[in-house]
Design a protein around this ligand. Structure first.
Ligand code: HEM
Length: 83
């Protein structure tokens, strides 16, 4: 059995202070409620769907996530976005 993922343990640590600051006009990536509300859009943008890939490549950001991080986000959504 796969252990359920959680926002606090698995997802929140994926967002850097820079990410949180950069996206604060749109939503708060440090907030469970905000990330849950925007989970589908966020999942698209970390895969470069619907606009420029997030986080943007240097110098604007730290660049696209590895596939394993994207998979972790996908699992969290599939698990029902546990807090
Ligand atoms: C619905 C999801 C998202 C949308 C629509 C979105 C949209 C945007 C837009 C329009 C910009 C400005 C780009 C520019 O100036 O060229 C931006 C910048 C940025 N975003 Fe996102 N973003 C999303 C999710 C994320 C996520 C999930 C992360 C981090 C994991 C992230 C990290 C950043 C960073 C680091 C910047 C750079 C800001 C700067 O220029 O200093 N974004 N985003």
């Amino acid at each position: 059995m796969n252990k359920l993922s959680s926002f606090e343990a698995d997802i929140r640590p994926l967002f850097t202070q820079r990410d949180i600051q950069a996206m604060s006009k749109a939503f708060n990536l440090a907030s469970y409620d905000d990330v849950k509300t925007h989970a589908v859009e966020i999942f698209d943008r970390i895969r470069g769907i619907g606009g420029a890939v997030m986080p943007p490549p240097p110098p604007k950001g730290e660049g696209p996530w590895t596939q394993s991080r994207i998979d972790l986000f996908a699992k969290w959504v599939a698990d029902g976005c546990p807090p």
